[in-house]
Design a protein around this ligand. Structure first.
Ligand SMILES: [Zn+2]
Length: 235
């Protein structure tokens, strides 16, 4: 059922440009992109697949979302970046997405719901005869894929471990979850349409921090850096 890493990379490389096209394109600010990439690479290096080549891209899109493609591609939207307020919070989202790549959650969902042969054979132009699947069409399907609740819990807990090992204050994930849940009260948050919210998410995350990472309170929060490299750049 599972596909090898080379296929993951081929699929990520093929669909990353489509995701960018369909989700507002890259935010045209290289200093912001570099900052997101630096934080992401720091976490990727302590992950269980440190040798994979990772790509972190901030998308010019209003929805509050973050997503991962197989093979090392992570995207975060402007809508999400605007709602975060510290580097540790950003790290919590990137670490969560890296875990989906390392655990091959998206690869498994794509293989199950769409099929690897179809994904690899899709054409990249829209000028094709009827019935032929285009990458643009398949990308819409990819964007609709959901992770299972157990994958989601694994991504939360392994992501928490990654962010702490990369030097970030673990409470960043708690603050991020609280922010997302608050936003969800006023309107449906896109992040929760692809990442189902396990019921007791805040409870198990808080418990894990208190039992496993209780001495990490002095790790980096990065409020000033985040403000300078993200919030001020988005104005
Ligand atoms: Zn997730």
């Amino acid at each position: 059922m599972l596909i090898p890493e080379q296929q993951d990379i081929a699929i990520g490389r093929k669909y990353a440009p489509e995701i960018e096209r369909q989700m507002g394109g890259r935010i045209p600010n290289e200093s912001l992109q570099n900052y997101i990439d630096t934080v992401g690479q720091k976490i990727a290096r302590v992950s269980h697949k440190p040798n994979l080549q990772y790509h972190f891209t901030a998308l010019d899109e209003k929805s509050i979302n973050a997503l991962a493609l197989p093979g090392g591609y992570v995207f975060i939207t402007k809508g999400m970046l605007e709602k975060l307020s510290t580097e540790a919070q950003l790290a919590s989202i990137l670490a969560h997405e890296i875990t989906h790549i390392v655990g091959r959650h998206s690869a498994a969902a794509m293989s199950r719901e769409i099929g690897i042969d179809i994904l690899l054979s899709a054409v990249t132009t829209d000028k094709t005869p009827k019935g032929v699947k285009t990458a643009a069409n398949l990308t819409r399907q990819i964007l609709g894929l959901r992770y299972s609740r157990s994958d989601e819990r694994e991504a939360d807990l392994a992501g928490l471990d990654y962010m702490v090992r990369a030097g970030y204050n673990p409470y960043g994930i708690i603050e991020t979850m609280q922010m997302l849940q608050n936003e969800q009260k006023t309107r449906p948050i896109e992040f929760f349409s692809t990442h189902p919210a396990p019921q007791n998410r805040l409870t198990y995350l808080t418990q894990t921090i208190q039992t496993k990472y209780f001495s990490s309170a002095d790790l980096k929060v990065g409020k000033e850096d985040y403000h300078r490299f993200v919030i001020e750049q988005l104005r």
